[in-house]
Design a protein around this ligand. Structure first.
Ligand SMILES: [Zn+2]
Length: 193
């Protein structure tokens, strides 16, 4: 069965710092979903642009990297292209690179060992799970903090995480909010005024 699986939550000692949250704009949400669908079953990769407000990451844009080397179980960014892009993106006054995203076609949205390798403390990371749809599921927030729903052909699950300890490669999952995602589907019936 093809499915997108939710990250497991381990019971551990209480963490005192407040959980960070992720807010996606309409533009960021559409880019995340479209770029994952476009290349599935390969993985997409890109940069998240926005800003951080205390414990909130506001993500205005998600820019997919056209030069990423895409495979079905991993994706590499082109470092030379990344450097060129970051030099430009750092010039922007209102938004700046605050993390990256990639997709997990037909697999888990849990961060893999590789996903935890190159984390920066202040950044946020998004994984978009994209699998073939088996039934219609309305877009909604899940109790584990992910955001999921179906498109015409795919089941999409969006998960965000940030590092708790960069050296130890420990992470914490962040709830993802996107009001646009909850109501974007056009209704199938109804009168036209
Ligand atoms: Zn991954």
């Amino acid at each position: 069965m093809i499915r997108v699986v939710t990250p497991n939550r381990k019971k551990s000692r209480p963490i005192t710092s407040p959980r960070r949250e992720v807010y996606l704009t309409e533009s960021a949400f559409l880019s995340l979903v479209v770029s994952a669908i476009e290349v599935t079953p390969k993985e997409t990769y890109g940069v998240l642009l926005g800003y951080r407000e205390r414990n909130r990451y506001i993500i205005d844009y998600a820019i997919p990297y056209q030069t990423a080397e895409r495979h079905t179980s991993f994706v590499y960014r082109n470092e030379k292209a990344h450097e060129k892009m970051v030099r430009f993106l750092d010039e922007l006054s209102k938004v700046r690179p605050i993390g990256d995203f990639h997709s997990h076609p037909n697999t888990y949205v849990k961060a893999s060992k590789e996903d935890k390798q190159q984390m920066s403390f202040s950044e946020v990371y998004i994984i978009v799970g994209c699998s073939r749809k088996t039934r219609e599921i309305p877009w909604n927030y899940n109790r584990d903090g992910t955001l999921s729903g179906t498109t015409s052909d795919f089941m999409i699950k969006i998960c965000a995480y940030y590092p708790l300890n960069v050296e130890r490669k420990t992470i914490r999952y962040a709830p993802v909010y996107c009001p646009f995602a909850i109501g974007y589907r056009k209704s199938l019936s109804g009168t036209i005024d």
